[in-house]
Design a protein around this ligand. Structure first.
Ligand code: NAD
Length: 402
C-alpha cells in the first residue's frame, strides 16, 4: 500500500514514539491530529521554534527534522489521509472516530494501534451512522514499544520493543498488504491475523493488566509507599499470580475452541499467554522455563512501576488506572461477553472482573451475569446489536468494506 499522507491521532507517549519512527523511516507527508487544544498549542509552539525531534532508542539518540510534520486540531485536515492511525486509549476511540468520520475518504485505512477489544464493532457502527463506505478498518494486537515522553513535543524514549505485532483488518483480505506496508514503515515484524476477532480474543493486555492488579496487589491497596518503594508492576508477579494469568488465558482458549468447533473460521493467532510472551519478547527473556520466571527475567519488564496516586506526601496504588479502566471495559469484559455467547464458563475471569470493577466503582457482572448498569459504556458486542456468535462471525468475515 502506498500511503502518501498519514495522520497520527493522539498526543501522548505512544503518539510521540510513532511520530518519531514515521518521521525517521517514511517519506509520507505526516499530519499529527491533536483535538485537545492544550496539546495542539504545545506541539505548535515547539514546531514553530523549528526544533528537531529527539528519539532515544537502544541507548542512541536520533535527531529527526520535523519539516514534514503538519500539526492540526481540525478533524477535516486530520481525516484527509490515506492512512489514519489512532494512538489513543480505547475509551477515546469513540470521540475521535465521531470527529473524523464525516470527512473520511473512500479507500482510506483507519487503524487503531493498539486496537484493544471490540474496536471493529465500534468503528463499523460509527461509519454506518455517517453513511461512510469504502473505508478499511485495521487494528493491531498490541503496541510495539514501551515508551515515555521525555520532553513534551520534543523527545521520547523507547524502553523496549516487541519482536512481532499482530494486525487484522476488515475486510480481512487487506491484512497482508497492511502488515507488509507496516513492516517497511516501522522496520518491525507485523503478522497478519485471519480476522479482527483474533485481535479481540488475543488481546493479552486484558489478561496481564487486570490479572496482575488483582493477583499481585489485592492485599496492598491501602498501603502507602515512599517514592523509591513503589513496587515494580511486572516484577510483582509471583507464582500464584502467574497461575491466575494462565488460568484466565486457558478460559479464553476454551472460547476460541468453542467458536472454531462451531463455525468455519480460523482463530489460530489466539494463543496462550506464555507462547505470546515468548513470541513477542523472544531474546529479551532470559529464563523461559515458566510464566513466573518469564515475568521476572523479561528485560522489557524491569522498570515500569505500579500506577500510584499521591496521598499526604506518600503514594498509594491507583486502582483507577488504565490497567482497569481501559483493560476491563475495552478488553476482558468484551471477551467475557463473547464467552457468554459461546456458552463457555469463565470463573477466574469473572472473579477478576467482579472484584476489580468494585475497585473502580463500576458494575458489570452481577452474580456472574452480564447485568450491571455500566455495561452500556463498554465495547461488548451486545451493545452493537451483535447478539449471537453467528452475527459476530459474519461481521468479521465480511468481505466488503464498512
Ligand atoms: P497517553 O496517556 O500518553 O496518551 C493518551 C493521549 O490520548 C492523550 O495525550 C490525548 O492526545 C489522547 N486522548 C485521550 N483522551 C482523549 C479524548 N477524550 N479526546 C481526544 N484525545 C484524547 O497514552 P499512551 O501511552 O500514548 O497510550 C496509548 C495506547 O497505547 C493505550 O491504549 C495504551 O494502553 C497503549 N500502550 C502504550 C504503551 C506505552 O508504553 N506508551 C505500551 C503499551 C500499550
Amino acid at each position: 500500500m502506498n500511503w502518501k499522507r498519514i495522520t497520527i491521532c493522539g498526543g501522548g507517549n505512544g503518539a510521540h514514539a510513532l511520530t518519531a519512527f514515521l518521521l525517521k523511516n517514511s517519506s509520507s507527508r505526516l499530519v499529527l491530529y491533536l483535538p485537545l487544544k492544550k496539546e495542539f498549542k504545545r506541539f505548535q509552539a515547539v514546531k514553530n521554534g523549528k526544533t528537531p525531534f529527539i528519539l532515544i532508542f537502544k541507548g542512541k539518540e536520533f535527531t529527526i527534522p520535523t519539516d514534514r510534520l503538519y500539526i492540526t486540531s481540525n478533524p477535516e485536515e486530520g481525516a484527509a489521509a490515506d492512512l489514519i492511525i489512532l494512538v489513543l486509549p480505547a475509551f477515546a476511540h469513540k470521540d475521535i472516530l465521531n470527529s473524523l468520520a464525516p470527512y473520511l475518504r473512500s479507500g482510506a485505512v483507519l487503524a487503531a494501534l493498539p486496537a484493544r477489544s471490540g474496536f471493529e464493532f465500534e468503528a463499523v457502527e460509527i461509519l454506518h451512522q455517517y453513511r461512510k463506505e469504502g473505508i478499511v478498518i485495521a487494528g493491531f494486537q498490541t503496541f510495539p514499544w514501551a515508551c515515555r515522553i521525555k520532553e513534551y513535543a520534543k523527545s521520547v524514549e523507547i524502553y523496549g520493543q516487541k519482536t512481532m505485532v499482530g494486525v487484522g483488518s476488515l475486510p480481512s483480505y487487506y491484512r497482508d498488504s497492511i502488515s507488509r506496508s507496516f513492516n517497511k514503515l516501522l522496520k518491525l515484524e507485523f503478522i497478519p491475523y485471519n480476522n479482527m476477532l483474533e485481535l479481540t480474543l488475543n488481546n493479552q493486555g486484558q489478561i496481564i493488566h487486570p490479572g496482575i492488579m488483582y493477583g499481585a496487589f489485592l492485599d496492598k491497596l491501602s498501603k502507602l509507599y515512599q517514592r523509591d518503594e513503589i513496587p515494580l508492576f511486572y516484577r510483582s508477579v509471583d507464582e500464584k499470580t502467574a497461575d491466575l494469568l494462565e488460568c484466565m488465558s486457558r478460559e479464553i482458549l476454551n472460547v476460541k475452541k468453542s467458536i472454531e468447533d462451531n463455525f468455519s473460521l480460523k482463530l489460530e493467532a489466539i494463543t496462550s499467554i506464555s507462547r505470546w510472551m515468548i513470541e513477542s519478547y523472544a531474546d529479551d527473556i532470559e529464563d523461559k522455563s515458566t510464566l513466573f520466571k518469564m515475568f521476572q527475567t523479561n528485560q522489557s519488564y524491569q522498570s515500569l512501576r505500579v500506577p500510584v496516586k499521591p496521598v499526604n506526601g506518600l503514594y498509594q496504588i491507583d486502582v483507577k488506572s488504565r490497567y482497569l479502566t481501559e483493560d476491563i471495559p475495552y478488553g476482558l469484559l468484551v471477551s467475557r461477553a463473547i464467552a457468554e455467547l459461546a456458552d463457555v464458563s469463565t470463573p477466574k475471569i469473572d472473579e477478576v472482573i467482579e472484584k476489580t470493577s468494585r475497585w473502580i466503582g463500576a458494575q458489570y457482572l452481577i452474580n456472574g451475569k452480564l447485568k450491571g448498569k455500566d455495561l452500556v459504556k463498554t465495547r461488548i458486542p451486545q451493545n452493537f446489536g451483535l447478539d449471537s456468535l453467528k452475527a459476530i462471525v459474519e461481521m468479521v468475515l465480511k468481505n466488503h468494506h464498512a
